[in-house]
Ligand binder design. Structure first.
Ligand code: 0RA
Length: 641
């Protein structure tokens, strides 16, 4: 679709516009979706060009600014988009780059480009999807500008001044006709992505500024250590047991790679992989090469040094307990596969990564026997816990918590059993659970009351997790196992909406975080498939005679109060709900459970690394970062994870 054949280059201007019209007609085909994710994807498309300039050695600074009026500005000090008249097309090269769909917008194909997938659809897509798109180019001692609206040229290229610098400044305003949900850029989302890009590209400095605030926000990212610094950052709130991550940097093969590896005392695995700066969520050949090298090197070392002995069976996962790693490789012609096109398919990559890493790991283990011993002791403990977990899992089936149908006694199940139409509410406390049971529509809504706090899975091994009653009950009710990959089969999930309903107080948000941590670490596919939701019960009830209204925030409360005061002189009663239990079944149904009127927040993972970090801060051992984090993000319950 995006790979133009040479003959098509003779396309007339009209065809160019038809290309951008196609983007406007079916934007999701080009940028994934037209929600928050797609909106922020526009920024990647522009910044990717600046990063390409940096990779080619011409650019080392990028500034991303959210302007006061909500438009977005990306400035770089690269070569500047060429302005000379293109031989074949007879129009300025910049016009071609900004109005014609080519991947990356460049004519020279010597840098690592992305074919297919979401990235690399080109900056012309951003132009097509913007009400206003302005470009300013500093090049050959002159400043040039040009302007567009919804992809159409509105100001021809003109020279507006002189300069001694080079670079490109692009400013665009996303089109509300396309991004119907919202055109508001989120500082946090941009910051997370730009920080990630700075870790992956040590040659660059990226500055992010938000001018919408009275006191402008500003963050600057530059990491000389690259992925090594990335791993240190991810483990900031964990206890690593090596002073520096293992670092592999190889530019010698046709697949340049940078890998950093660190073990810490936690029990989770945090391996993040990138191909050409794109997060490969679904893994692929580079990740399997990585895993094979790690398993082989550690297994050899353990057996040779008599740490792995006897009849213990060690699985691949045991070698990755407490492992934080970042893999970043560059592939000239990547093949992206999988549901979300984030799985690398190039088969030659696996052995290249495996061979390079295996050699380096062997060397490291030989040179660092103390650390090697700690890693292998942990591997053995993990394998032992896994064996204990297997036994605990059998207990789940045998213990009396289950009814005749094999479901937990506390579960009030729904009567239909088509998962696609079934919902389960995970409700904090028995009393709210009671209201929810009476208020629900029992044909498709199931209720599972959870008593007290569930276990903090960030601090426990799998065998302890499986001993926890609330977790066992959930596993059985949901029908999805945890642990070994084959046991955690999301296709067996009994509900396609799993709704967390907790009180709007500190305890409630703690329980919600515990549940989300559990889902994120042990059933991540539920989040990836969009099955996890947060219920949003109202904060206030305002009554005047027979008229009852609800408010979810202070602003709405005040405007309801104001309106009621104007309308009549009858007494107004305002009450603040402290817990779900205070609502009677009808009120709970009407405000929080009725699909016609309720608001559910779907839990999505915007950035896997940011989410890891978030949970390690919220649920880990270190108290100080957690306090700081909560103070900085008093609204973290809003769940932009
Ligand atoms: C086409 C060709 C060249 C650079 C670029 C496009 C370019 C695009 C963008 C978009 C944002 N910043 C950018 N910087 C550069 C190569 C230029 C040359 O050969 O001189």
């Amino acid at each position: 679709m995006l790979n133009q054949k040479p003959s098509e280059y003779k396309a007339s201007n009209i065809q160019v516009l038809e290309g951008l019209e196609a983007v406007r007609k079916r934007p999701s085909m080009y940028i994934g979706d037209t929600g928050q994710r797609g909106l922020h994807h526009l920024i990647n498309e522009v910044v990717d060009n600046s990063i390409d300039e940096a990779l080619a050695g011409y650019c080392d600074y990028v500034t991303v600014t959210i302007n006061e009026n909500g438009s977005l500005r990306v400035e770089d000090n690269g070569r500047g988009i060429p302005v000379d008249i293109h031989e074949k097309e007879g129009i300025p090269a910049v016009e071609l780059v900004l109005t014609k769909l080519h991947a990356g917008g460049k004519f020279d194909k010597d840098s690592y480009k992305v074919s297919g997938g979401l990235h690399g659809v080109g900056v012309s897509c951003v132009n097509a999807l913007s009400t206003i798109f302005d470009v300013e180019i500093h090049r050959d001692d002159h400043i040039y500008t040009m302007g567009f609206e919804r992809g159409h040229t509105t100001r021809q290229l003109e020279t507006v001044g002189d300069t001694s610098k080079t670079g490109t400044i692009i400013t665009f305003t996303p089109d509300p006709e396309i991004f119907t949900q919202s055109v508001e850029f989120k500082f946090d989302i941009i910051v997370n992505r730009m920080r990630e890009l700075a870790f992956l590209n040590p040659e660059i400095t990226i500055e992010v500024i938000d001018l919408r605030e009275e006191e402008p926000l500003k963050e600057v990212f530059h990491y000389d250590g690259g992925v090594k610094d990335f791993v240190k950052f991810l483990d900031e709130n964990r206890e690593p047991f090596m002073s520096e991550p293992i670092f592999i940097h190889s530019e010698t093969t046709e697949v340049p790679m940078a890998i950093a590896i660190q073990y810490n005392r936690s029990y989770s695995e945090n391996v993040h992989s990138y191909v050409n700066n794109i997060n490969t969520h679904e893994g692929g050949t580079h990740v399997s090469g990585f895993r094979r090298a790690l398993t082989r090197a550690l297994k050899n070392y353990g057996e040779k040094n008599n740490i792995i002995k006897g009849k213990i069976t060690i699985s691949g996962e045991d070698f990755r307990e407490g492992l934080t790693a970042v893999i970043s490789i560059k592939v000239a012609e990547p093949q992206f596969e999988g549901q979300t096109k984030t799985k690398l398919g190039n088969s030659e990559v696996q052995s290249l990564v495996e061979i390079t890493l295996y050699e380096k790991l062997n060397e490291y283990l030989e040179q660092n026997p103390k650390i090697a011993r700690s890693i292998l002791d942990k591997v053995v403990l993990s394998a032992e816990a896994r064996e204990a977990a297997r036994k605990a899992r059998q207990l789940v089936q045998r213990k009396g918590a289950l009814t005749a149908g094999g479901l937990p006694g506390k579960l009030a199940d729904c009567s239909i059993n088509d998962p696609e139409h079934c919902e389960i509410y995970l409700v904090e406390g028995d009393s709210a659970g009671g209201s929810a049971k009476s208020g629900r529509n029992r044909s498709f809504q199931a209720i599972l009351p959870l008593r007290g706090k569930i276990l903090n899975v960030e601090k426990a091994r799998i065998n302890k997790i499986l001993e926890n009653n609330e977790i066992r009950t959930m596993i059985t009710a949901l029908g999805v196992g945890i642990g070994h990959e084959e046991e955690s089969d999301v296709s067996k999930v009994r509900y396609h909406k799993i709704i967390i309903m907790t009180d709007a107080d500190v305890d409630g948000s703690h329980i919600r975080t515990l549940l989300l941590t559990f889902f994120y670490r042990y059933m991540p596919q539920l989040i990836e498939n969009g099955y996890i939701y947060i219920a949003t019960p109202p904060l206030y009830k305002i009554t005047q005679g027979n008229n009852i209204e609800y408010a979810w925030d202070d602003e709405t409360r005040d405007s309801i109060l104001k309106r009621m005061k104007k309308n009549t002189t009858r007494k107004i009663e305002l009450s603040r709900y402290k817990g779900l239990g205070e609502m009677n079944p009808d009120q709970l149904w009407e405000t929080t459970m009725d699909p016609e009127t309720r608001t559910l927040q779907q839990v999505t993972i915007e950035s896997a690394t940011a989410t890891d970090k978030l949970f390690s801060v919220l649920m880990g051992d270190a108290v100080e970062p957690r306090r700081e984090f909560i103070e900085r993000n008093a609204k973290y319950a809003k769940l932009d994870i």
